[in-house]
Design a protein around this ligand. Sequence first.
Ligand code: SF4
Length: 331
Amino acid sequence: MLLKAVNDEGWGSGYPVTYSRSLTFVLTHDCPWHCSYCGFRTDAEGLLSEAKLERLLAEAAGQGAKEALLISGERPDSLPPIRGELERRGFSDFWDFANHVADRCAEAGFFPHGNFGRMGEGELARIRPHFVSMGMMLESAEDHLQMAPEKKAAGRVAGIKAAGRAGVAFTSGILVGWGESQTSRLKSLETLAELHAEHGQLQEILIQRYVPNEGSRWPVGKAPTLAEYEEMMMRWKEWAPGVAIQIPPNLEPRWPELLPWLDDLGGISWAKDEVNPTSPWERVEFYVEKCRDAGRELVERLPIYESHISERWLAPAWLPRGLAFRAEVTA
Ligand code: SF4
């Protein structure tokens, strides 16, 4: 009964599941904030060097990646050592550096997607010509000061709104399994759907399970039950039809059971998950098999979704490359 309804809506059984073959470029782990669940941040690591950037580009080319995922701590250039390094290396600020790395990725044939935490509209407009899409998790529509003392939901909401106004295709999502209630998960998803309603910037949302890593201080909570996942996914499809749902399969081992509602498996890499290094991915063939067992075909996508390959969301230099990829996969 449910699967028939799913098919009538154009998703679920019989429809493809997507993923992106990606390599992560950590611009810096340095971050001024202290989220207690984070296993990513450092205090004084410095910026990605040019030598490492070139090594990563060669590796990505050798492994056939299409997406270059560029990430960092939030507002790293509020830290004096990072500001000093930017100046020494000839960059006016962190966005200048991020655009430089994105341009090298583009020259090497990759599609850059960025996630640098909260950004303002002017910053997003500045970065837009260099990236095909950006992302930032909402995590929760409520503040949780013990867990993330400096992160405010209002700031995240403002950042996602700003992406809509700046014409930046966006990925966001919620974090689950850290002690939240189902009511709070649904409220956070509803907030994301409301944010999407005005400008249509969301191309996908993640329902991302919290997995502690080395350095994480927040205890793991109860993961959603399968029935709770189903409720979240069904409600999301009502609230924001056409906006894909991603569940990272390296963080949620029950993902095959969620395939009736799932649209996307996110970035899959041969290299380590830089944000969740204790949760490696399997080889892509493993996911292909599991999807096939459930009657779904796993197909590759770009970090910019097909729904957003248009002048509205892509800078002029990117549009022909996005359209060419779409023509290639639909040929
Ligand atoms: S989760 Fe992000 S903002 Fe929070 S400490 Fe880690 S890197 Fe910084």
